[in-house]
Design a protein around this ligand. Structure first.
Ligand code: PRP
Ligand code: URA
Length: 209
C-alpha cells in the first residue's frame, strides 16, 4: 500500500500557517509556496540515484558522486502545481518539466483534462507530480493514471495540503504511489474544499479571485 509522508519540519509548518491566513496576499502566498516546495524537495529527493564522475579537486583526482541528470521529471498539474516548480528546479535544475492541464468541473467536482505535454523519455524518469491540493483525489488520480499509460512506473505525489478522503481514494486506485505532503487536514466540506485548508490554491497563486 502507498504511504503518506507528512513533512512537518517547523520551517514548513510556520510558512504553511502564513499561507493559510486569508489576509496573506498573492505575492507572499506565491513566495511561500516556492519556499516550502524547495524544503519539501530536500526530503522527496532523498533517494535520487547518484552516479560516479571523475573530477579533480585542488589536491588530487577523485571519483565524486553526482545526481544523474537524466533521472528526474517534475509534472505540475495546472494551474496551481505551477507554483511549486521553481522551488524544486532551483535545487535540481537538470529536472525536466512536463505539464498536465486538469481542472475540477465546478458542478460535478470531477477533473477535466485540457492539456498534456511530457518530456520524450518520461517513462525512464522518476516523476514527481506537483499539486498544492489533494482534495477528493480525483485530479491526482487522473494525472497518475495518464503518466502510467505513458509507461511511467516510478511516480511520487507531492502536495502541500491533503484531505483524508482524498488520500484514501488515491491509494485505492494507485497503491504503488507514495504521497508527500506538508499537512494532513481534517476533512472536505460540502463543496469538496479542504478544511481548514487554504482556500482555492490556483486563485490565491494567480490572484484570480
Ligand atoms: C485544484 C487543485 C487540484 C484540485 C484538487 O485545482 O489545484 O488540482 O483542485 O481537487 P481534487 O483532489 O478534488 O481533484 P482546480 O481544479 O481548482 O484548478 P486550478 O489549479 O486551475 O485552479
Ligand atoms: N482545490 C483547491 O484549490 N482547494 C481545495 O480546498 C480543494 C480543491
Amino acid at each position: 500500500m502507498g504511504e503518506l509522508f507528512i513533512i512537518d519540519h517547523p520551517l514548513i509548518v510556520h510558512k504553511l500557517s502564513i499561507m493559510r491566513d486569508k489576509e496573506t496576499g498573492t505575492k507572499d502566498f506565491k513566495e511561500l509556496l516556492n519556499e516550502i516546495s524547495m524544503l519539501m524537495a530536500y526530503e522527496i529527493t532523498r533517494d535520487l540515484p547518484l552516479e560516479n564522475k571523475e573530477i579533480e579537486t585542488p589536491l588530487c583526482k577523485m571519483t565524486a558522486k553526482k545526481i544523474s541528470g537524466k533521472k528526474l521529471a517534475v509534472v505540475p498539474i495546472l494551474r496551481a502545481g505551477l507554483g511549486m516548480v521553481d522551488g524544486i528546479t532551483k535545487l535540481v535544475p537538470v529536472a525536466k518539466v512536463g505539464h498536465i492541464g486538469l481542472y475540477r468541473d465546478p458542478v460535478t467536482h470531477e477533473p477535466v483534462e485540457y492539456y498534456c505535454k511530457m518530456p520524450e523519455d518520461i517513462e525512464k524518469r522518476i516523476v514527481i507530480v506537483l499539486d498544492p491540493m489533494l482534495a477528493t483525489g480525483g485530479s491526482a488520480i487522473d494525472a497518475v493514471t495518464m503518466l502510467k499509460s505513458k509507461g511511467c512506473n516510478n511516480i511520487k505525489m507531492m502536495n502541500l495540503v491533503v484531505a483524508p478522503e482524498g488520500v484514501k481514494h488515491f491509494h485505492e486506485v494507485h497503491p504503488d504511489v507514495d504521497i508527500y505532503t506538508a499537512a494532513l487536514d481534517d476533512c472536505l466540506n460540502e463543496h469538496d474544499y479542504i478544511v481548514p485548508g487554504l482556500g482555492d490554491a490556483g486563485d490565491r497563486i494567480f490572484g484570480t479571485k
